[in-house]
Design a protein around this ligand. Structure first.
Ligand code: SAH
Length: 217
């Protein structure tokens, strides 16, 4: 078992070599990536690889995203600290933890109940108190707490779900991979004075967003 300082050292290396080196600049995001103990979000068998530059399995055919992808998507939300954020695709809860350090409240949705259960218990053990969990179809969002200043989707969608655009606040940002089932483009959608602005960032690959306004199989 590695000591806390050794894990910290591995995280610093991850931040320097994978995240800063590729251009992520938001200091708050870098600090959150240094802080969250990513190894606690995977099975022990993956501990030795968890700070490497790729996603890893988390069970049920799903993955914990590559560290760089988590950092970029979070930076694109431009969080200052007082926002409410909706996350679709809780998975391991790793991205949820990074968000929870950077905004005031995270609402996170996952369709696989076992993943929610494990993520909730990890995040509670780590002391997070500003996260609400829901098992359900995130492609139609979570209207009860809308509008959200930030919405992040960590699964690939065929199109931008209308429900999520509707639940986005004025001056809010929605970050979402959109495209084919095995290859998408990361999109940022902004709402300003009721109008929608959309920007494409780069190509990426996520597991599919399944559901009413996602892929149907
Ligand atoms: N952010 C997660 C990534 C998980 S992978 C992490 O870093 O661990 C994407 C997740 O989206 C999977 O767990 C998958 O089950 C979930 N998902 C797919 N479609 C969904 C939907 N319609 N609603 C909620 N979650 C969904």
């Amino acid at each position: 078992m590695k000591k806390v300082e050794e894990w910290k050292f591995e995280r610093e290396r991850m931040v320097q070599e994978q995240i800063i080196a590729r251009g992520v600049k938001d200091e708050r995001v870098l600090e959150a990536m240094r802080e969250v103990p990513r190894h606690l979000f995977v099975e022990k068998t993956y501990y030795h690889q968890v700070y490497n530059d790729y996603p890893l399995p988390v069970g049920h055919g799903q993955t914990i995203s590559q560290p760089y992808m988590v950092a970029v998507m979070t930076e694109l939300l431009e969080l200052k600290g007082d926002e409410n954020v909706l996350e679709i695709g809780t998975g391991s809860g790793y991205q949820t933890a990074v968000l929870a350090l950077l905004c005031s409240k995270v609402y996170t949705m996952e369709r696989i109940a076992e993943l929610t259960k494990d993520a909730r218990s990890r995040l509670e053990k780590l002391g997070f108190r500003n996260i609400s969990f829901m098992v359900g179809d995130g492609s139609i969002g979570w209207p009860d707490y809308a509008p959200y200043k930030g919405i992040i989707v960590t699964a690939g969608a065929p199109d931008i779900p209308n429900a999520l655009i509707e639940q986005l606040d004025e001056n809010g940002r929605l970050v979402i991979p959109v495209g084919h089932e095995h290859c998408q483009v990361l999109n940022v959608v902004k709402k300003h004075k009721g109008r929608i602005y959309r920007k494409e960032i780069f190509e990426c690959t996520f597991v599919p967003l399944l559901g009413k306004q996602g892929w149907k199989h």
